[in-house]
Ligand binder design. Sequence first.
Ligand code: C2O
Ligand code: CU
Length: 547
Amino acid sequence: MSRSRRDFLRAAGSLLGVGLLADVLPAPGMAADAMAGMPMRTTAARLAAPNVPLVNPAALAPFVDTLPLPARARPVGRRGHPAWPGRLLPCYRMEMRAFAARLHRDLAPTPQWGYAGSSPGPTIEVERDEAVLVEWANALPSRHFLPIDHTIHGAERDRPEVRAVTHVHGARVPADSDGWPEDWYVPGRSALSRYPNAQDAATLWYHDHAMGITRLNIYAGLYGAWLVRDAQERALGLPSGEYELPLFLCDRLIGRDGRLYYPVSDDPAAPWVMQCQGNAVLCNGKLFPYLDVEPRRYRLRLLNAANSSFFELALTHGLAFRQIGSDQGLLPAPVERSRITLYPAERADAVVDFAGLAGQRVQLQLHGGGILEFRVRDRGRRDDSVLPAQLRPVPRLDVAAARDRMLSLGEVDDAGGNALRMLLDGKRWSDPVSERPRAGAVETWSFVNLSGDAHPVHLHLVRFQVLERRPFDLFAWNARRELKYTGPAQLPPPHEAGWKDTVRADPGMVTRIAVRFEGEPGRYVWHCHLLEHEDNEMMRPYELLPA
Ligand code: C2O
Ligand code: CU
């Protein structure tokens, strides 16, 4: 049962992926399972057919809109923070607001939520070790426009519908400013957060993290880039300024009226679905945009902001990516790759060289279809950027004396094999804190994936190294909770040899990471970054104890 349901969801996802959605989904009212030839079940978690006609992106004219580049946020002044008495720091004010914008020239404006009324929101650029404050203000309407599941922990009926709290993904930040999921606040309220930025240059991102509705708030558009810069990276002479492009990728389903459609189960009282896959892939909030570029090197900061889809990206014209960075900054050396795969929340920094391609139209492709077009035009300027052979040392963490925590990734199914919720180490969010590392300690965490899906696991506060992935015997685990390996450990490929904050844990594998817990003691979280999973129990607190 479980398999066939998954297969159905997957098949639907991949069909959606080629842009045929309007043609393959059943008419409103017709059961999705009936279409897929599955036996009828009485359980809840089936994917319901959309109740509105959806846009078929394949029918839209491609590459008629320019690629939006997020504005750069500017501090509104200097302010103090109660936790840092006597210091006046640059302060940003980021207001979450409803707005409408066209996702494509030929679509009606789409109502969305965004920081400063845009999605992605403005980019916050900070310098390493220069602290800033941000006032995250909730100026959203009082009703949500996406389907809340009140049976999910933290989203019960007695909670306000619209709640928000911002987390900066990948930031080494004091617990009081990390965006604890239960520290949400309602429209009209705001939170003042402090960010020391004591960390290496990297592509971070900020997004909503409100308990039980994160998937809906991010789908609505609440995310943006947070770039940490430092002198070491600057000294390398990589492409910068207009030659450095943040690229947020996410997939959506769009109604023909321009509204976002979020998939639901066929139980209106429990609409949660275990994954959300769209057929329209947005680059910086646009469908099939284009960008005029020069025949020279560019730095692309690729970021997967999707709820649950992974993206396998490639370029046309035989162009390769030279990947220079991952989640937490530069790799030791550039890695040439014809394809880059990103799971939700993962980032890849890549240099792409359009030299010699003047007059050509190069596509960034996803699973073989163009999602962004680069129009190469010579403007007679010289490329003075550099792509050094060495980028920075990434010394391997010494794990000889490290404590290992074995943590399972699993799901709880009903009798029919439908996922009711997803769990980390068999525990729910409200179970007592069980992971309490000491500040400064190095630990290894081994994610034992018992489910049929890959889960991108993210730890707040820290950066880590991927040690290995190793196949294990699921039956031995289920029978005796015994970890029996069935094959050799697979070492991470070179593009995973840098610092990460989100790691893909494959099904049937134990994925092991090494973490040094640097930061201020306090409560943080770790979770699966498939937002549907994160919202339905696949998130746990951890507590950083004093050294
Ligand atoms: Cu990208 Cu807990 O978040
Ligand atoms: Cu997951």
